[in-house]
Design a protein around this ligand. Structure first.
Ligand code: 5GP
Ligand code: MN
Length: 355
């Protein structure tokens, strides 16, 4: 119908595409998940996949380890269309039993936007011990191939949502696209590219965007809504930038840290600190930034960089994490000051990547 989509090159290996086709055709009760602390690409891809499978007449449910933050409330169904395995801190009734039942009753499992089973958090053992076949669709480096039955992994792509659309297209199901699917996928493309700043130079990325827009995605409104923040978030951001920003000129680096007591003072809630790691990168001459947030049992680390600077290596080696070259993160099991000290100490080792 839309002939311009013929210009989107097909990239999924034919044997994997054939396996994915059989996987979808021969099963009827799908359960879909994404990584813990789900971001926009995680939520967008699980909802887009669910809606696509439903358009094919399948039963499809989404189970997530933990609830998305309210900063993602611009994604339709971000909370209502997902079942949360561990919502202890969410203030809502427990959905654990429903999550367990849904996983155990499924006959096929789909994993989106993560590359290692450990990224499922506390749900990992329950998920991995269910014997139904598992399909992984992801854009992180080095997936754990042995953990999944079919692995469709494309680290060169901007977002898992891009890969979900490509799978739909390459399976010959582009005609099933509707406003709901397109809106979900659009949200993930938007957030994982930092509102179309990163990884979005490829022409076919924009052909996919154009295809989603054909389904009446309300781009303008979604972008506006996604920028609405609670007052406390802006006040905390002001405090952090004014009082907690450290710039290390020598290594073109900057970092910010947030303790639990500071979080309490500003009424910090899950999702509020999303994006704080990006602010220091706006400083002239800064090429790498870190954000450390103290939690009960660990420090959540977020890293961002420009150019060739591989923050995924820092996340892997020092913070039990991983990610992409320019956006990575992890968890550090120690104090906030130790997490900061390690960052400062490893910077000289990475000077060779500075431009
Ligand atoms: P963020 O800083 O937004 O939490 O994460 C940025 C990217 O880093 C994510 O898209 C993900 O690829 C990676 N990442 C964040 N936290 C972790 C973690 O705990 N483990 C691993 N392996 N990757 C992470
Ligand atoms: Mn992603």
């Amino acid at each position: 119908m839309h002939s311009f989509i013929d210009h989107i090159p097909h990239i999924i290996a034919p044997e994997l595409l054939a396996q994915a086709r059989v996987f979808i055709d021969t099963h009827s009760k799908f359960v879909i998940t994404a990584h813990f602390s789900p971001d926009g690409d995680a939520i967008g891809s699980v909802l887009g996949m669910k809606q696509y499978l439903e358009a094919k007449g399948k039963e499809a449910k989404v189970v997530l380890n933990d609830a998305p933050g309210n900063n993602l409330s611009f994604i339709p169904g971000f909370r209502s269309d997902v079942i949360i395995f561990d919502n202890q801190n969410d203030g809502t009734p427990s959905q654990r039993d429903e999550a367990i039942r849904t996983i155990q009753q499924s006959d096929a499992m789909i994993c989106l936007d993560f590359n290692t089973a450990s990224r499922m958090g506390s749900m990992k053992d329950l998920w991995m011990s269910h014997t139904a076949p598992k399909l992984l669709i992801d854009h992180h480096l080095a997936p754990e191939l042995e953990q999944f039955d079919i692995c469709i992994s494309h680290p060169e792509l901007a977002a898992t949502c891009e890969l979900v659309y490509r799978l739909i297209l390459e399976l010959g199901d582009d005609h099933l696209l509707n406003k709901q699917i397109a809106t979900s996928l659009f949200c993930g493309l938007m957030t994982d590219t930092g509102w179309f700043i990163f990884n979005s130079n490829r022409p076919d990325f924009h052909l996919i965007m154009a295809r989603l827009m054909m389904e009446d995605v309300d781009r303008e409104n979604i972008i506006k809504e996604s920028h609405v923040v609670p007052e406390r978030k802006l006040r905390l951001e002001g405090y952090l930038i004014n009082q907690k920003l450290h710039v290390i000129r020598e290594h073109k680096a900057a970092y910010i840290s947030l303790s639990q007591s500071e979080g309490r003072r500003y009424g910090h809630q899950k999702g509020d600190s999303e994006g704080y790691v990006n602010a220091p990168l706006d400083i002239e001459g800064v090429q790498v930034s870190a954000f450390f947030r103290e939690e009960k049992n660990f420090v959540k680390v977020s890293l961002r960089s420009k150019g060739e600077y591989p923050v995924n290596l820092i996340a892997e080696k020092f913070y039990n994490g991983g990610g992409h070259r320019n956006a990575a993160g992890g968890e550090f099991f120690g104090s906030l000051s130790q997490a900061e000290a390690i960052f400062v100490k490893v910077l000289p080792l990475f000077d060779k990547y500075l431009q």
